[in-house]
Design a protein around this ligand. Structure first.
Ligand code: SF4
Ligand code: SF4
Length: 327
């Protein structure tokens, strides 16, 4: 089968599996991205995310992820919810409403990659979604799937910002769809994301100081607020933050996702994860959390951390997700 026809088959299969878009690109070096990362590390913007200090050789050259790697298939899958959380509830970032995307996206990527074996049983591939030292957003942008906005999200003109990026690195030589020049950056003079960030974490366009970012503080930073001496609330967010995503005019783009696993988790007591109240969170016991949230991204932070985030908001008199998604 000629390589363009094969790409069309791959595209069809991707659509059947619920992917919003797919592109292919030969493996590329990521020198610029690495030097940007090094600048962030020199400025300590990574906080305690020490994994960003490792694997720089692979980050620069993704072909090192697989022997003989020639191509990368880059995909987008939408997680845009039917409706956002009600204002006033402890805020959960939209991507975390349903099942952990790592598992869901990887399973679909494997199914997609398997059709390459029809071409040649000896082909090799590895699948990734936020699970390998790759500059995924830049890769997706280079592949032609969008541009990286000032808030550091990938922005796709058709599907907006609510997308997960999934990649397949393979030793197959494919038909490549990447544009010769990167897609135009359409942020222009807009600064809505920067202005909306309650923490001042977008310290310059395209640069986030993770230590200030609510997403980092509520998930990755394991210190508890009593010890940090921080002040000011986090706009009601207790797991992650997508205020700068909501603020972006491009976030209105895109249809509601079609992946049932991304629907809001329903607990055994019938309650949606998005509807759990402040006091209900504080009354929750560890066993219940472990059982109910074992497949949820919220398990990454753990119950103690989430409760601590809630206490932090209560101590700072904030009892509500801070941004009305309709505005
Ligand atoms: S995720 Fe939240 S805190 Fe972080 S940069 Fe965006 S708006 Fe600011
Ligand atoms: S809010 Fe404006 S500046 Fe920020 S990413 Fe969106 S378009 Fe770009």
């Amino acid at each position: 089968m000629d390589s363009e026809k094969f790409f069309m088959r791959l595209k069809e299969k991707a659509q059947d599996l619920g992917f919003a878009q797919i592109a292919t690109i030969p493996v590329v070096l990521m020198d610029q991205e690495l030097s940007r990362l090094r600048h962030c590390l020199d400025s300590f913007y990574n906080g305690n995310m020490s994994y960003l200090e490792r694997n720089h050789t692979i980050r620069r050259d993704p072909s090192l992820l697989l022997e003989g790697a020639k191509s990368i298939i880059v995909t987008l899958i939408s997680y845009k919810p039917e409706k956002k959380q009600t204002l006033g509830k402890p805020g959960i970032a939209t991507y975390a409403y349903g099942k952990d995307y790592h598992q869901v996206v990887k399973e679909r990527l494997r199914k997609l990659a398997e059709i390459m074996l029809d071409l040649d049983r000896n082909l090799k591939f590895r699948v990734f979604t936020d699970s390998a030292p790759i500059f995924e957003r830049s890769l997706a942008a280079k592949a032609g799937l969008g541009f990286v906005g000032k808030n550091s999200f990938l922005i796709n003109k058709e599907h907006g910002l609510h997308t997960f990026i999934g990649s397949i690195v393979t030793d197959a030589k494919l038909y490549y769809t990447n544009p010769k020049e990167p897609l135009e950056n359409l942020c222009g003079s807009c600064t809505r994301c920067i202005d909306a960030c309650p923490a001042g974490a977008i310290i310059a366009p395209y640069t986030i100081d993770a230590r200030r970012c609510i997403s980092y503080q509520t998930i990755e930073d394991k210190s508890m607020y009593e010890n940090t001496g921080e002040s000011g609330h986090r706009s009601g967010m207790v797991f992650g933050c997508d205020i700068c995503l909501d603020a972006c005019p491009w976030s209105k783009k895109g249809k509601t996702h079609s992946i049932k696993e991304f629907d809001p988790l329903v607990l055994s007591n019938g309650k949606y994860v998005t509807e759990i109240d402040w006091d209900e969170w504080m009354d929750m016991d560890e066993l219940f959390f472990k059982k109910e949230f074992k497949e949820s991204p919220l398990s990454r932070a753990g119950m103690k951390k989430i409760k601590n985030n809630i206490k932090y908001e209560m101590a700072n008199n904030c009892r509500g997700r801070g941004v009305d998604p309709e505005n």
